[in-house]
Design a binder for this molecule. Structure first.
Ligand SMILES: [Ca+2]
Length: 488
């Protein structure tokens, strides 16, 4: 930066050596201050890595109590970082990822009843402002490597939502090329029996918007390794500048395909093999961060996009993926940033996917968009273990698709349809209905639920739901015979 010198001051400078001396001293102080500000900004604008596992259960990893799966790298990550024991995702994949990308309840930014399917004509609206776009505005290099699941049409893919680079499968690894009513790109209706592909459909591996390869069943055994390699390449390439790496693995979603090096190695069948391969991948990423000398300015978060299935373990939580019991929506979450996040600690504060955008963007020196409502808040004080740090969520709403099913305030959680009340502080497993003893709490929570009527709505589309992205002539990226869509 050039320091401007006032002309009067310049004249004065020529006249008196003392003034010259003091001006020089002033300029030195100014230059020092500017440098100091520069350094402190560099210190608080970290790199971000968000590792998102598909369908990983709350107790599927060591730090969250798994006795079945060996996860030494995640154990170390937790020893060096902070566990978030009440980090809410969503009951299923697409909504969870919408919350992560937009900082909102999923229903606000992606109001769909379930998940997106290949060839759907809707997706996350390009008008939505994502965490990737906001970080890109701050000069970050951005990449999404892995499962996207916010729309597979070209208009919805990651590079239209702020990512410089994309590599991966655009949806779940069990999804056939099209759902009901959608024709293959050869124009023929897809026979019913072929729609689901028995869990082993041909999948389109994308690099940016180009289909690189038809991924068949056995190819899925290479997914974790390929995503990891792509992630390491991106980190190394961008080690000298700020970056945001979003690494959503296809593992450990059905069908289960651990890599060859992991097959038969765990004590927990192929599911355990795949969890252990995910742990290996986390180790690779953290090792790269350490080896490149980036650990002091890189915030890494490990999470799951929804609760575990019956293949996994959600204990002590009740329920599985797809439900609004805690086991359906809480994931095993760890935040890691040596020197900034207190090592070996845990927090029960209510946090979630929607808090990532406000938190990352603030740390990067930016601000969330002011022209729209966000539901998430900055959870950096919670991650940093600041005394008195509070959850941004005095009230938390549990939606399954478009339907509000439960509401939480403090320790109390009311399931609306069942009329059951649980105290999560004393009964994390939602086993004992305490409605009868707490009629006032029930009334208060019911009133809090009703407050959503005029915003996101209790069922169906509410006034606060923003429009979905929509395209005409949607087509699958790959057909059942493996033909790629070539007009991208
Ligand atoms: Ca999922």
């Amino acid at each position: 930066m050039k320091i401007q010198v006032d002309p009067q001051m310049q004249a004065k400078l020529k006249r008196t050596p003392t003034a010259q001396h003091s001006l020089l001293r002033m300029m030195c102080v100014a230059a020092f201050l500017l440098t100091a500000i520069g350094i402190s900004q560099a210190e608080v604008t970290p790199n971000f890595i968000f590792i998102n596992i598909d369908d990983l259960g709350y107790a599927d990893i060591g730090p969250f109590g798994s006795k079945l799966n060996r996860t030494p790298h995640l154990d170390r990550m937790a020893q060096e970082g902070r566990k978030l024991t009440c980090f809410y995702a969503a009951p299923v994949c697409s909504p969870s990822r919408a919350a992560l990308m937009t900082g909102c309840y999923p229903k606000r930014s992606l109001s769909i009843p379930g998940v997106l399917f290949p060839g759907n004509d809707v997706g996350l609206a390009p008008e939505e402002v994502t965490v990737a776009e906001l970080l890109k505005q701050q000069g970050y290099a951005t990449a999404c490597i892995g499962k996207w699941h916010l729309g597979d049409q070209p208009e919805f893919l990651p590079r239209r939502q702020g990512f410089d680079y994309y590599f991966g499968l655009p949806y779940s690894n069990d999804m056939g090329p099209a759902k009901d009513g959608v024709k293959s790109n050869l124009g023929a209706p897809i026979p019913q029996r072929k729609r689901k592909g028995k869990g082993q459909p041909p999948l389109p591996m994308l690099r940016n918007e180009t289909v690189l390869q038809r991924v068949l069943a056995h190819d899925q055994t290479t997914l974790v390794a390929r995503y990891t390699e792509e992630a390491l390449t991106f980190i190394r390439k961008n080690k000298d500048q700020r970056f945001f790496l979003y690494l959503p693995h296809s593992a450990v979603h059905f069908p289960i395909y651990p890599g060859e090096a992991f097959q038969g190695k765990s004590n927990n069948g192929i599911y355990g093999d795949w969890v252990e391969e995910v742990d290996w991948s986390v180790g690779q990423v953290l090792d790269a961060v350490r080896e490149l000398g980036l650990s002091e300015n890189t915030l890494v978060i490990f999470a799951s996009d929804n609760g575990g299935t019956r293949r996994g373990v959600n204990a002590p939580l009740r329920g599985y993926k797809g439900s609004t019991f805690e086991g359906g929506m809480r994931g095993p979450t760890i935040a890691w940033w040596p020197g900034k996040i207190p090592a070996g600690t845990a927090t029960p504060a209510v946090t979630g996917m929607m808090d990532i955008l406000p938190t990352f963007v603030k740390l990067a020196g930016g601000s969330p968009p002011a022209d729209r409502k966000l539901d998430g808040g900055d959870i950096w004080p919670i991650l940093a273990g600041e005394p008195g740090a509070k959850s941004p969520h005095d009230v938390f709403y549990y939606y399954r698709g478009l339907k509000l099913q439960a509401v939480r305030s403090g320790p109390w959680k009311l399931h609306l349809a069942q009329q059951t009340l649980y105290n999560l502080e004393t009964d994390i497993g939602e086993s004992t209905n305490v409605t009868a003893a707490n009629p006032q709490v029930v009334r208060r929570l019911r009133a809090l639920a009703d407050q959503m009527k005029d915003d996101l709505g209790l069922d169906g589309i509410g006034p606060g739901c923003r429009p979905l992205g929509k395209v005409s002539n949607a087509q699958p990226l790959i057909s059942h015979d493996g033909t790629f869509r070539s007009d991208l």
